[in-house]
Structure formats: C-alpha cells, structure tokens
Design a protein around this ligand. Structure first.
Ligand code: SF4
Length: 212
C-alpha cells in the first residue's frame, strides 16, 4: 500500500477502488466517499495535468443523469462540469425541458481534463469507468442522456454515427435504464443549424420521463 493510501486508510476514507477491486465492491462506497476518493485518484495520466477533478454536480436523487465526454479548461479551473458557453447552452436546453441543474445530475466519462481538450482515450475512459459505474449505481436514474459522440461511443461501445444513434432509445449495459444520445452543446455552438434537432430529442425524452 502506498503512503497516500495508508494516509487515506487512517482517515477512514474508503480506498478499495485504488486496489482495483470489483465493481460490486466499489458500489458499497458512499457517494461522498467516492467523490472524495476521486480527488486523490492517479489511476491514469490525466491526474498529472489536471487542476481539479470534476466529479459531477447535481441531485443524487435525480431522475435524469447527463453524461458528457470530459472536463474542458473552464471545468478544470472551477471543478464543476459544463461551465462556460457550452454550460450556458446546456442550461438553456434544460430550461426547455422545464428543468434546472439542481434537478439533474451532470458528469463526464472521465473526471479529469485531457490536455489541450483532446478526446479522452480508451485507457483513460476504462480507468475512470469505476467512478461512472458507481455514480450510475448510486443515483439509479430513470434515464441517462449521453451528450455527444465520445460519451456515446465509450458508454455504448459503438462506432455508429450520431445520426444513427440519435432519436432511438438505447439501454445502459444489461439494465433497463433507457439512454438517449443528444448532440453535445459544444457541437451545437459550432453548428447552430442543428439546434432545432434538440427539440426532437427533448420530445423523445419526455415520452420516457412523463411516465416516471
Ligand atoms: S480521469 Fe478518472 S481515472 Fe484518470 S486520474 Fe482522473 S479520476 Fe482518476
């Protein structure tokens, strides 16, 4: 056990995830411990360049879990997901759904910023998947919304295009939790003509959430 792990253990902070234990065992860790643990995580090289771990934010009882790809520069500085221009647009999309941030939970596939805002690679996504799996277990959302191709590819293990992934109901792993794929707000800022398609996505989401 490393010196850091020794210290965390002495503080009664759960360190089981550091020892690559099974997902079932990790799921017994409380949400707060998990978030605290993430601050010390060095399971992948993104730990070397991050300023802050961006674990996620919102209601732990949320019916809607929103997953983006990775923190960017503003998120790395603030420690919060989806701030800056893309975050503002996400707020507007949530408003269209009659929602606010405190009613949903927002996170990313990896919790630390990839340098130069590159896409996270498969090793980094795999290293961080224990945190995301545990967040999903703990929140137990009624629906998951994946923002953009990177989130969809990594969680659904697919190489299908956004055009074929959008507008369909998918399911999270072997559960009955429905998942929808939306355009990433950063993409919508670059391609404003696509914004109108978000309304179709919201209508599809409502057909699922209205029954929740
Ligand atoms: S991205 Fe995830 S696995 Fe990698 S250092 Fe950050 S918290 Fe740990």
């Amino acid at each position: 056990m490393s010196r850091k792990q020794d210290l965390l253990s002495l503080m009664n902070i759960d360190i089981s995830w550091m020892k690559n234990i099974s997902h079932d065992e990790v799921s017994h860790t409380s949400f707060e411990d998990l978030e605290l643990n993430s601050r010390y995580c060095d399971k992948c090289s993104l730990s070397e360049t991050r300023n802050n771990v961006v674990f996620g934010k919102g209601s732990k009882d949320a019916k809607i879990l929103i997953i983006g790809e990775a923190p960017g520069k503003d998120e790395d500085q603030s420690g919060e997901p989806f701030v800056g221009r893309a975050g503002k647009l996400l707020n507007e999309i949530l408003f269209s759904m009659k929602l606010t941030r405190d009613k949903v939970y927002i996170t990313n596939t990896v919790k630390c910023r990839p340098p130069e805002n590159r896409n996270p690679n498969s090793d980094e996504i795999q290293s961080c998947s224990g945190f995301l799996d545990s967040q999903i277990d703990s929140i137990s959302p009624k629906i998951i919304i994946l923002l953009g191709k990177v989130a969809a590819e990594s969680i659904m293990n697919t190489t299908e295009t956004m055009a074929s992934l959008r507008g369909k109901v998918h399911y999270y792993k072997d559960t009955k939790i429905p998942m929808l794929v939306f355009y990433h707000p950063a993409y919508l800022l670059r391609s404003p003509s696509e914004k109108r398609k978000v309304w179709d996505d919201i209508l599809l989401m409502r057909t699922i959430t209205d029954g929740c």
